[in-house]
Design a protein around this ligand. Structure first.
Ligand SMILES: [Zn+2]
Length: 400
């Protein structure tokens, strides 16, 4: 029961909370004209009120036409630059991390929330269409079965082909409540019979990058990825409440290119983070770190952060979700950290618990759901840059 309560902090109970729900509703009002609809409306005639344009023209036909144009241009486009690109797509406090390899293979871990007329799926499609030029996913990885991660995948699969589904195994929250059951059933219906089960140590066969799963279903690598010195932060690392739910089952992966490493552990919780860091540091130092669990306080164990010594961190928080002062402080305590980037400003925290605005993609609470993303672009030698799509501000880093 304790586990169910802990899950509730991010699962259905949190979603139904008045603050979060009202924010999401404010967002859908403005976002109801989706990406494809907006394009269709634009094509139908500049200057027309969008609503009228949608009423006057056959949006279905326009969507098909637009998709056909995008697909043709994807086929005919020149070879992509040899960078590995990572996008943190804004899904309002959920997760949608898109990896595009130097060979243009597309891997998406998580697809945001369900509902809101496919808002999060359309945001992902928009990045695939406008930035990547490939309306197709080679792999979808379900980090775990919570609505802010796998809720949006059914709507996404309606819009783009997804060739492989990877997950940690069956949801451990089936039978906990009706919403958990619905979420699970929706995923199974979408993914079909041919699911790939991630195992720690297993690799995805991708050219030009080493992609290895490091966590799945509360199991981790048996051997460390790199030799690491003893982690002094293990002393006094205190455990929190046991987590038997889906967060702790999160699939985690590491990507390496040249000297560069990127680590994404989904919503792995505190005690498990410590397990990966103490007594043996399984991951070694990483250059780029997706802050675990949106920066929520039930993750972000200092022993874990000290073990991986992140150079740059990206937090996929929402305006009122994640970005907790405790996690912010734990990150700032890491001497290795040069910059923290955030998908949203944590609006309940002051300037002392947020980075300066150039490192924040979405600064307000109701700013029209512009859904600005953050992108990291990694050169073959491991040098990388991070860009804020709201301003175009970009900063380069040398891997260690
Ligand atoms: Zn989450």
């Amino acid at each position: 029961m304790a586990a169910a309560i802990e899950q509730g902090a991010e699962g259905p109970a949190r979603v139904a909370g008045p603050v979060f729900q009202s924010y999401q509703l404010a967002c859908i009002e403005r976002a109801s004209l989706g990406f494809l609809d907006a394009v269709a409306a634009g094509a139908a005639g500049a200057g027309k009120p969008r609503g009228r344009a949608l009423g006057l023209y056959d949006v279905g036909v326009m969507k098909s036409l637009f998709l056909a144009i995008l697909l043709v241009s994807a086929v005919g486009r020149p070879a992509l630059g040899a960078t590995l690109d990572i996008y943190w797509i804004d899904v309002e406090g959920g997760a949608a991390t898109l990896v595009v390899t130097p060979e243009a293979e597309t891997i998406l871990m998580d697809a945001g929330w369900p509902g809101f007329e496919g808002r999060d799926a359309e945001r992902i499609v928009k990045v695939l269409g406008e930035e990547v030029g490939k309306l197709e996913l080679d792999y979808f990885i379900a980090s775990h079965f919570h609505r802010d991660h796998t809720g949006g995948v059914a709507a996404l699969a309606d819009r783009v082909p997804i060739h492989n589904f990877v997950d940690h195994g069956d949801s451990v929250e089936v039978g906990w409540n009706e919403r958990a059951d619905q979420l699970w059933q929706s995923y199974v219906d979408t993914a079909g019979e041919e699911r790939i089960r991630a195992e720690p140590g297993q690799r995805l066969p991708l050219a030009g990058t080493d992609f290895v799963f490091v966590a799945a279903r509360s199991r981790f690598l048996e051997e460390p990825l790199a030799a690491a010195s003893p982690n002094s932060a293990c002393r006094g690392a205190a455990a929190k409440r046991v987590d038997r739910g889906e967060n702790g089952k999160s699939v985690g992966f590491m990507i390496r290119v040249g000297d560069f490493e990127f680590l994404d552990l989904g919503d792995l919780t505190w005690n498990y983070e410590i397990e990966t860091a103490c007594p043996v540091n399984l991951f070694g130092a990483v250059d780029l770190y997706q802050v675990t669990h949106h920066g929520m306080h039930m993750s972000g164990a200092p022993a874990h952060i000290q073990a991986i010594q992140p150079l740059v961190a990206v937090m996929n928080n929402g305006p009122r979700k994640g970005g907790s002062p405790a996690t912010f402080s734990a990150l700032m305590a890491a001497e290795s950290l040069v910059d923290l980037w955030q998908v949203h400003r944590a609006v309940e925290s002051g300037a002392e618990h947020n980075p300066s605005e150039e490192f924040i993609a979405n600064t307000g609470e109701t700013e029209g759901c512009a859904a600005h993303w953050i992108k990291a672009s990694v050169q073959p030698d491991g040098q990388f840059s991070v860009t804020n799509s709201r301003t175009g501000f970009s900063k380069s880093y040398k891997p260690r």
